[in-house]
Design a protein around this ligand. Structure first.
Ligand SMILES: Cc1cc2nc3c(=O)[nH]c(=O)nc-3n(C[C@H](O)[C@H](O)[C@H](O)COP(=O)(O)OP(=O)(O)OC[C@H]3O[C@@H](n4cnc5c(N)ncnc54)[C@H](O)[C@@H]3O)c2cc1C
Length: 382
C-alpha cells in the first residue's frame, strides 16, 4: 500500500493499516515530517479521545473567542470547559509518524512521488529515485491536486488564499476573528494565543479571496499594540486553502483522504479533524478491499458513501452559510453582529455550537427570523 503524503491524514492512515498487518509505505516530500508549518493548529478537544490522538503536542487550551465586525462591534463567546486545543503541528505530525513506524509502517521523508500509474494488476509509482509497486494508492498529499486531475477525481469546490505566521508577544489575549472587506474578503483574519516554554506567542493568519499577505499585514497591525507583537515585519507562510470536497474520492486502486479530497470545513478552513476522520474511514475500507482483493472503483466507492454519510449534511449546511455570509456587505455583517448582541442569537449559539459540527447552529440561524431574513436577503442579493 502506498500513501502519498505524510501529513495527519497519511500518517494516521498508515498507523491504522500497519496495525492490521498491511505492508504500508508513506512517502513525504519534505526532509522532515511536520516541516514547514502552515497550519494554525487549533483542534477540537473532542478529537483527541475520539481518535486517541497524541497529546504530546498540546500547547494550550482555548475557552474564549472574540468575534469582531467590520464596524468594530465585538461579541465574545466563552465555554466553561476548553473548546479547542492549540497544538504544535510539527510535534503532532511527528508523533503520528512515530506511531505509524511503531505499528510497522515505513515512512520515507525527502521522497516526492512524481508519477503514479494504475493498471489492472497494480499501482506503479516513481518516488524519489525508486520505482514502487503497490496494490492500492492513497492520495494524502494535502492541497495539491495534480494526481486528482490526472485520474479524473475533480477539484475542491472552492479555494481561498491564506497567510499565517507565529510571532512572539509580550502580552496575551483571547482568540480573535475579524470579518469584513478590510479584514479578509470572503474569509476572516485571526489571532490565536500560543503558550510556549520560552514565552507567549500569537499565530496571526488570514483566509481571503485575494491579497493574503496584504491582509495578513493589516491583521498584524490591528493586534500589534494590544499583544505587544515582536517581529511583525517577518514574511508569513502562504498556502492555498481548499474548501469543500473534490467530485470523487475513489477510483480503481485509488482513494483520496484529508485535504487531498478537499475534506476541509467550508466555514472555517479547519481540516485536521476531517483529515483524520476520513483516514479512519479509508483504513477500514482499504483493509477490507485488500483482504477481498476487490480494489476496483466500485468496491472502493463504499469509502465515499461512508464519509458522505458522516459529513455530507455538514458540507451542505456549511456551504449554504458560506454562500450567504460571503455575499453580506460590511453593513450586513455589522447588522448580524448587532443581532448577536441584542436579539437572542447568543443563546442559540450556546445551545447548538459544536467545534466540528456546524449544521445544528446553521439550521438554527436559518430558523431564527431576524438572522434568516439577513442571510436570505444576502443570498438573493437585495
Ligand atoms: C493557514 C492555515 C491555517 C490552518 N489552520 C488550521 C487549524 O487551526 N485547524 C485545523 O483543523 N486545520 C487548519 N488548517 C487546515 C489543515 O492544515 C489541513 O486540513 C491539514 O493539514 C490536512 O492534513 P492532510 O494530511 O490532509 O494534508 P497536509 O497536512 O497538507 O499533508 C500533506 C503532505 O503531503 C506532502 N505531499 C504533497 N505532495 C506530495 C508528493 N507528490 N509526494 C510526497 N509528499 C507529498 C506535503 O508536503 C504534506 O506534507 C489550516 C490550513 C491553513 C492553510
Amino acid at each position: 500500500m502506498l500513501i502519498v503524503g505524510g501529513g495527519p491524514a497519511g500518517l494516521f492512515l498508515a498507523a491504522r493499516l500497519a496495525a492490521q498487518g498491511v505492508r504500508t509505505l508513506v512517502c513525504e516530500e519534505h526532509q522532515t515530517v511536520g516541516d514547514p508549518v502552515h497550519c494554525t493548529g487549533v483542534l477540537s478537544a473532542d478529537s483527541f479521545p475520539q481518535f486517541n490522538l497524541p497529546t504530546d503536542a498540546t500547547l494550550n487550551t482555548l475557552t474564549t473567542a472574540r468575534f469582531v465586525s467590520p464596524g468594530g462591534i465585538a461579541v465574545e463567546y466563552s465555554t466553561p470547559t476548553p473548546l479547542a486545543i492549540v497544538i504544535d503541528r510539527p510535534v503532532f505530525d511527528r508523533a503520528l509518524a512515530f506511531r505509524a513506524v511503531a505499528a510497522g509502517a515505513e515512512v520515507r521523508s525527502g521522497t516526492r512521488v512524481a508519477t503514479i500509474d494504475i493498471g489492472p494488476s497494480g499501482v506503479r509509482a516513481i518516488a524519489g529515485r525508486d520505482m514502487i509497486e503497490a496494490r492500492l494508492a492513497v492520495l494524502a498529499c494535502g492541497a495539491s491536486y495534480a494526481f486528482q486531475r490526472r485520474f479524473g477525481l475533480g477539484l475542491p469546490r472552492t479555494y481561498l488564499h491564506s497567510a499565517q505566521r507565529e510571532l512572539p508577544v509580550t502580552r496575551t489575549a483571547s482568540l480573535e476573528m475579524h470579518f469584513g472587506q478590510d479584514a479578509a474578503p470572503s474569509g476572516f483574519a485571526w489571532s490565536v494565543p500560543v503558550s510556549r516554554p520560552d514565552g507567549p506567542h500569537v499565530r496571526v493568519g488570514v483566509m481571503t479571496s485575494s491579497d493574503a499577505v496584504g491582509f495578513y499585514r493589516r491583521m498584524v497591525d490591528r493586534v500589534a499594540d494590544r499583544w505587544g507583537v515582536r517581529g511583525g515585519d517577518l514574511p508569513p507562510r502562504q498556502k492555498i486553502l481548499p474548501l469543500g470536497a473534490i467530485e470523487r474520492t475513489y477510483g480503481d486502486r485509488l482513494l483520496a483522504v484529508g485535504d487531498a479530497a478537499g475534506l476541509v470545513k467550508p466555514t472555517t478552513g479547519g481540516g485536521i479533524h476531517y483529515s483524520i476522520l476520513s483516514a479512519s474511514l479509508a483504513a477500514d475500507v482499504a483493509v477490507d478491499a485488500l483482504r477481498r482483493d476487490r480494489l476496483d472503483r466500485e468496491a472502493l466507492s463504499v469509502y465515499e458513501r461512508r464519509w458522505r454519510t458522516e459529513l455530507g449534511g455538514e458540507f451542505q449546511a456549511q456551504h449554504a452559510l458560506r454562500d450567504a455570509v460571503t455575499r453580506l456587505s460590511d453593513r450586513g455583517i455589522d447588522s448580524f453582529f448587532e443581532l448577536a448582541r441584542t436579539d437572542g442569537i447568543m443563546p442559540i449559539v450556546r445551545a447548538t455550537a459544536r467545534f466540528n459540527e456546524h449544521r445544528p447552529l446553521i439550521r438554527a440561524l436559518f430558523k431564527h427570523p431576524p438572522s434568516r431574513r439577513l442571510l436570505l436577503r444576502s443570498l438573493v442579493g437585495v
